[in-house]
Design a protein around this ligand. Structure first.
Ligand code: C2E
Ligand code: MG
Ligand code: MG
Length: 751
């Protein structure tokens, strides 16, 4: 009775308005629920909840026990401590007391864990509850007559014990109160859970930020829905402050027209900064779960510069500074694409220097290099092809006429030709270096890189074969020509392997018109090839290839031996002073052992050296006069005579002829063609004849086909004559029958 009265008094003392219990309960619960959204520290919230529950229960004390492990100090203060077992200690985390009462524990930290703090279900102990003496004593020691203990679970483990104790009077907990407490604690649980999640969100964001600040690249995160920049790391804030401020970051790095797949990276050139960036983009869920794009930007300018340097090195010909074959193929690929795409056209010139080997071997590589460099500079200077000249290796060049310059195709072609029409000044003298060039148009004549280059090469070879120093345009039928060239190459190698027996020497008579009756005094040995695979071939058809393949040396030696042996036989047959003329290719002449080769031919055949005449073409005379002179003098020292062949077709200056030890000058048949009508031809031959007389060389005119041509030459100081007018080159047997077999009765000139 007294109790009830006191409680009523108490209640009236502590609540300003008497509310019906249910209403009060609802009001209190609402207050507690409101705390769900509170930003206050957890301790404050707990204190507030204790006060609200305590006030409702009209109980003297409330406190929260928080487990911690003695030996594991790192767990101290953690929000979700371990389980309820073991000899754990307790911190009384938050304490509340009604009115002006003092809190229960003056020293709340690291207390012994009471027996009542060991259950995973709510525990209610009233004054009446039967307890062991030990247990009751523990409560008495704290000063409590009754206690309610509610375990608070976080993440499935007991994190706190929420306790309410009464110090004033004997106290019972009715079921209403019990369920109220349990509901309230469950709400507190929710508040704490939310708080933990929010904290872990904040802490994970903080650690993410720390990580992103420390990565080497600049990073920003853009919200995919709002397009707002949600985050920019320190590096980005420093390096792209302006763009960030002006909001131009996305225009710089993102292409609104292109949807880049997540996880892709690309390289971007920033013109204003003159910098290269690699942009890595990936789509992720941001810490708050929203879909975002994360961009990581690396400055790769240095890497690019290095790459560029390497690329330039890889694409440049070291010697000439032109681009190389690799670059040519790359560029041609691009130009081809461009022409196909835009319906435009481009051109390609394939250039091979004529007889570059002579300059290289004659003057030395050093001068060969200078020549290549000079040529490179000159062609690169031509308007329209500054950036498309390539050295393909050795003495081969390619010039691409890009689509943009295609309208100047003819002008460029002319200027390239002009480059080679002038002499080069090397080692104190002027040297001519001609070239053979193949031209092609693309994509009309070829649509792939290989195709275009191969066809231009075929055209170039055509130019070379038809006499060098000229230009040939590619045409479809050249392809069959090139197939023929390949067949010929194979056949020639086979013929060489089989001892050169397919090669046959023919003989063309040479007449001395200063002698009575113009008798045949010698023959020019001219090679023929009876190829088992290709049929009968004349030297103009296969000698350029033999020179190109280097096979001219063994073939030439074979001819020399055959011809010398034959001449020796004819001499033995009675034509004592009968001469044989053997042609030497420049390639042969520049062999180091050419003097020994000639010596050998003389020795093995037993020919009188004076009966052998070696014919060398004019082209050799122009390059490296000293070396040419030296070789010719050593050959001449063997007692052999020397003839300068095809005079009038090349570049040799008259001065060179004066210096070189020629016994005979053979005027090219071109000057004979129009001899009957053309004054120039006549005066040219007369002039050469006079020159020959002055330097003590005989003149031989080739290609006499008619009687009138022959007549004109009489009285011109010309000694020897050769031509179809007398006879075509004949087989050994024919020649012998016609000019030798009759013994001392030499065949006479037909009248
Ligand atoms: P080449 O030394 O100037 O020889 C003269 C060429 O003119 C020969 O052509 C000959 O058949 C031809 N010919 C002679 N008289 C007349 C004529 O009245 N009218 C015309 N239209 N042509 C005439 P071939 O035999 O076809 O030889 C061509 C060239 O091949 C030679 O020109 C020579 O430079 C080269 N050659 C021939 N045999 C050899 C050889 O064994 N070694 C080397 N290295 N070259 C050779
Ligand atoms: Mg000749
Ligand atoms: Mg000739």
């Amino acid at each position: 009775m007294q109790d009830r009265e006191r409680r009523r008094n108490n209640a009236s003392q502590h609540s300003e308005t008497e509310l019906p219990s249910a209403l009060k309960r609802a009001a209190t619960m609402t207050e507690i629920v409101k705390l769900l959204n509170s930003d206050e520290p957890v301790e404050n919230i707990m204190h507030r909840v204790l006060a609200l529950i305590g006030g409702y229960l009209d109980i003297t004390h409330g406190f929260v026990g928080h487990l911690h492990r003695q030996e594991d100090s790192s767990a101290r203060g953690s929000e979700a401590p371990g389980g309820a077992d073991g000899d754990d200690r307790i911190d009384y985390y938050v304490q509340w007391a009604i009115g002006s009462k003092r809190p229960l524990f003056e020293d709340p930290q690291d207390r012994e864990r009471g027996w009542f703090l060991r259950y995973d279900k709510p525990l209610y102990v009233s004054f009446h509850t039967e307890l062991s003496e030990e247990k009751r004593k523990q409560l008495d020691d704290i000063g409590l007559t009754a206690i309610a203990v509610l375990p608070l679970f976080l993440n499935g483990q007991i994190a706190f014990y929420v306790c309410f104790g009464e110090t004033r009077r004997h106290r019972d907990f009715n079921s209403d109160e019990m369920s109220f407490m349990e509901d309230a604690v469950r709400i507190l649980e929710s508040i704490l859970m939310r708080r933990i999640q929010r904290n872990s969100l904040a802490s994970s964001f903080a650690s993410l930020e720390a990580i992103l600040d420390n990565v080497g690249s600049s990073v920003y995160v853009r919200d995919l829905k709002t397009n707002c920049i949600l985050f920019a790391n320190q590096s980005l804030r420093e390096n792209f402050a302006r763009e960030l401020q002006e909001g131009t970051l996305t225009t710089l790095f993102e292409d609104p027209n292109k949807k880049t797949p997540s996880g892709s990276s690309r390289e971007i050139f920033h013109e204003a900064r003159n910098s290269w960036y690699e942009l890595y983009q990936t789509e992720i869920n941001w810490v708050d779960g929203s879909p975002v794009s994360l961009f990581a930007i690396h400055d790769i300018t240095e890497k690019k510069r290095y790459q560029n340097k390497i690329e330039i090195q890889a694409y440049t010909d070291f010697l000439t500074g032109l681009y190389n074959r690799m670059c040519c193929e790359r560029d041609l690929g691009r130009y081809l694409e461009e022409t196909v795409r835009n319906g435009t056209k481009g051109g390609l010139f394939y250039i091979d220097l004529d007889d570059f080997k002579h300059i290289n071997d004659g003057l030395g590589h050093q001068y060969g290099d200078i020549l290549l460099q000079s040529i490179s500079h000159s062609i690169r200077d031509i308007d329209g092809i500054h950036n498309s000249c390539y050295r393909m290796g050795g003495d081969e060049f390619v010039i691409i006429v890009p689509p943009a310059s295609y309208e100047h195709f003819d002008r460029i072609l002319r200027e390239v030709k002009d480059v080679f029409a002038r002499p080069w000044f090397l080692k104190d003298a002027d040297y001519y270096c001609t070239m053979s060039m193949g031209t092609i148009e693309f994509p009309t004549d070829g649509t792939s890189v290989d195709d275009v280059i191969r066809k231009a090469d075929i055209a170039m070879y055509e130019a070379k074969k038809s006499g060098k120093n000229r230009v040939a345009a590619y045409s479809e039928n050249l392809t069959s020509v090139s197939a023929r060239r390949l067949d010929m190459e194979k056949s020639m190698r086979d013929a060489a392997d089989q001892g050169y027996e397919e090669f046959e020497v023919f003989y063309q008579p040479i007449m001395d018109i200063t002698m009575e009756g113009s008798p045949c005094v010698g023959a020019e040995a001219l090679i023929r090839w009876n190829s088992s695979q290709m049929g009968f071939l004349t030297p103009t058809e296969f000698i350029p290839l033999a020179e190109y393949l280097g096979l001219i040396n063994p073939i030439g030696n074979y001819v020399a031996e055959q011809a010398c042996t034959q001449c020796r036989l004819w001499n033995d047959m009675g034509a004592d002073n009968f001469h044989i003329n053997v042609n030497l290719s420049v390639v042969q002449l520049l062999q180091n052992d050419i003097v020994e080769v000639v010596q050998n031919a003389i020795r093995t055949s037993g020919i009188k050296p004076g009966n052998l005449t070696l014919e060398v073409t004019e082209s050799l005379a122009i390059n490296d006069l000293d070396r040419t002179k030296d070789i010719l003098e050593r050959i001449k020292a063997l007692g052999v005579r020397l003839a300068l062949d095809d005079f009038g077709t090349g570049y040799s200056s008259l001065n060179n002829i004066r210096v070189l030890p020629f016994d005979i000058i053979k005027v090219d048949q071109n000057f004979v063609k129009d001899l009957a009508e053309d004054n120039y031809s006549q005066s040219f031959i007369r002039m050469v004849a006079e020159l020959g007389e002055a330097i003590g060389a005989e003149i031989c005119v080739e290609g006499i086909e008619t009687r009138s041509q022959y007549r004109i030459l009489e009285g011109m100081h010309v000694r020897y004559i050769q031509g179809f007018y007398f006879n075509q080159p004949l087989s050994r047997e024919e020649f012998e029958a016609l000019y030798i077999a009759k013994g001392k009765e030499k065949p006479r000139l037909k009248k």
